[in-house]
Design a protein around this ligand. Structure first.
Ligand SMILES: *[C@@H]1O[C@H](CO)[C@@H](O)[C@H](O)[C@H]1NC(C)=O
Ligand SMILES: *[C@@H]1O[C@H](CO)[C@@H](O)[C@H](O)[C@H]1NC(C)=O
Ligand SMILES: *[C@@H]1O[C@H](CO)[C@@H](O)[C@H](O)[C@H]1NC(C)=O
Length: 237
């Protein structure tokens, strides 16, 4: 008993490099740093409820206002956004808003919105597919590969979407059901309203906001070096 107490004291001394840390009385301090959390035996809890949440809130908010068939949008998403996704996802919160230069009219007789898109009905279909995929798979790691696949593949919108669903974790039947439903119509309307409420109003697509703001310089930098722009913005106030 006595020997094992001496032994564990030496062990603690050894682990902390000669500077044993005591757990503070006030729980408010328990997650101050890793060593304190360790001394209090709450590393797992601090990680789950404090550190991860803090990291999430520090992420740069990037919103991409786009329409599915516009060549510049395809170019931006399949190069800049895809590269950022693959390398710096841990510091950025990417939100897609598939609507762009479309217009909507509310039809009281059906209680549905009717959408008119720059590149025709096919684009409206593509926008609606993206809208439903984002809704059904809210985690970026689940919907971004699908968006990347459809934007990098030419061809019939429905066929491409079906092929891309097969290659990713997307269930095309579920997406189709959403696209044809009132819910899909409503979800598309939410993106329409979000796009129409942009300040300043968007003048072209793709249109990016970083932490809710848009400037011409920012847009140009995003299209040239999105990773650089996000890294520069991260935690700089
Ligand atoms: C990520 O962006 C979405 C949409 O703008 C927002 O609702 C959400 O709170 C953001 N999450 C974080 C962790 O910033
Ligand atoms: C990102 O957006 C969320 C939700 O609007 C907000 O809580 C958070 O503070 C934003 N992050 C930054 C870095 O502005
Ligand atoms: C999103 O998915 C990734 C990879 O599967 C996972 O590590 C992460 O915890 C998920 N995020 C959320 C908010 O569920």
């Amino acid at each position: 008993m006595y020997v094992s107490l001496i032994f564990s004291t030496i062990l603690v001394f050894y682990i902390h490099g000669g500077l044993a840390i005591n757990c503070p009385k006030s729980p408010a301090k328990w997650c101050d740093n890793k060593n304190i959390a360790k001394a209090c035996g709450v590393i797992e809890q601090c990680n789950k409820y404090v550190w991860k949440v803090r990291d999430m809130n520090d992420r740069v908010n990037l919103s991409i206002y786009y329409e599915t068939l516009c060549p510049d949008c395809r170019q931006f998403i399949t190069t800049q956004v895809w590269n950022a996704y693959q390398s710096i996802l841990s510091i950025v919160n990417i939100s897609f808003v598939p609507y762009g230069n479309a217009r909507e009219i509310y039809r009281p007789e059906t209680k549905l919105y009717q959408f008119y898109c720059q590149h025709g009905a096919d684009e409206c279909y593509g926008n609606m597919i993206h809208t439903c995929v984002i809704y059904l798979y809210p985690n970026t790691t689940d919907h971004l590969p699908f968006i990347y696949c459809t934007e990098s593949t030419e061809g019939d919108v429905g066929t491409v979407a079906e092929q891309c669903a097969e290659k990713t974790t997307v269930d095309f039947d579920k997406v189709s059901a959403c696209v044809q439903s009132r819910l899909g119509n409503q979800l598309q309307h939410v993106y329409a309203a979000q796009t129409d409420n942009l300040k300043p109003p968007h003048q072209y697509v793709p249109w990016v906001t970083v932490n809710g703001e848009h400037t011409e310089d920012m847009e140009q930098e995003a299209e040239k070096d999105l990773i650089g722009l996000i890294c520069k913005t991260y935690k700089v106030i």
